[in-house]
Design a binder for this molecule. Structure first.
Ligand SMILES: Nc1nc2c(ncn2[C@@H]2O[C@H](COP(=O)(O)OP(=O)(O)OP(=O)(O)O)[C@@H](O)[C@H]2O)c(=O)[nH]1
Ligand SMILES: [Mg+2]
Length: 273
């Protein structure tokens, strides 16, 4: 069994018997602190639903605000006292996530959308996979046990085709590609060295983890419909961006043996408050 996890023994006080282990379910306690990064642009109305499902054992929540013109930041601070808010300097979801990751102090990082489509109760499945040996826990709506209420047939088709292209070109065995619910050990950031701005970010991560030879485990996940507001994604425009990333990554050498650049926690490009 990995040194990061151990069974919860009934009647034993997890806090005193091994001070850094925290129970995350009825039968599992973990040591590593978990950071949750939430990119949000005008999601004030959805945040109550998002925060309601986040487990109390999370070490920190980082909200990356994309210059929202609604009450996103105030609502987030009310709902999760102590939340770190990163003010995004650039534009796009990829840019937001890169800033958020840089502000994390946890060893495990979980990405959660702010539109109410992700269920925070699933975080324990992602974390369990990571403490059991995976480097990257990749959410999948099409793995057995997953699902989506949110994707149109056109998006499903586009995702499927792009996923097949990634599998063929990079030797992956993914069942889903463009999905925003994922988790990973912070050390992965050194190896994937993210450099993108938009909705292609998840694809870039999925490709680079394979190229870097990291251990990827898919986690069945259910995507609910966005509760309020409009999607920021355009199927054609963002589908083309994803395709461009795939082609660009194919032209680059594998990164597996390359010594990764050092990642400095807290050295974000955004402004933290
Ligand atoms: N900070 C920040 N967040 C963003 C930006 N663009 C999108 N987001 C957030 O990223 C998450 C995913 O964006 P969505 O618009 O829901 O895109 P999607 O989930 O692919 O599309 P739908 O399934 O239609 O909702 C949401 O929490 C958005 O608020 C941005 O430029 N900056
Ligand atoms: Mg969404």
């Amino acid at each position: 069994m990995s040194s990061f996890l151990r069974p919860v023994i009934e009647g034993q006080d997890q806090r005193t018997s091994a001070s850094h282990y925290r129970p995350v379910s009825s039968h599992l306690a973990i040591a590593p602190p978990v950071s949750v990064v939430i990119p949000a642009m005008n999601e004030a109305e959805n945040l109550p639903y998002v925060f309601k499902t986040l487990p109390a054992w999370i070490h920190e929540v980082i909200l990356v605000d994309g210059n929202s013109t609604d009450d996103t930041v105030r609502v987030a601070r009310d709902l999760w006292p102590g939340i770190k808010v990163v003010k995004q300097r650039g534009r796009g979801k990829g840019d937001a996530l890169i800033s958020g990751f840089a502000a994390c102090t946890g060893e495990i990082i979980v990405m959660v959308d702010a539109d109410g489509s992700a269920d925070g109760h699933e975080i324990v499945s992602y974390v369990s996979a990571l403490v059991s040996g995976a480097d990257f826990a990749k959410g999948s709506r099409f793995a057995n046990g997953g699902g989506t209420d949110d994707m149109t047939p056109v998006r499903k088709l586009g995702n499927r085709v792009l996923c097949a292209v990634v599998n063929a070109k990079f030797g992956a065995r993914y069942t889903d590609l463009c999905y925003g619910y994922n988790a990973f050990w912070r050390h992965c950031l050194d190896k994937i060295d993210l450099d993108c701005t938009g909705f292609e970010v998840e694809t870039l991560m999925n490709i680079r983890v394979v190229k870097a030879g990291l251990r990827v485990q898919e986690i069945p996940s259910h995507e609910y419909v966005r509760i309020h507001g409009m999607s920021n994604l355009s199927a054609v425009r963002d589908g083309l961006r994803v395709l461009r990333v795939i082609l660009k990554e194919q032209g680059k050498r594998r990164t597996g043996r390359r010594r990764p650049p050092v990642f400095a926690p807290g050295a974000g490009r955004g402004e933290v408050s």
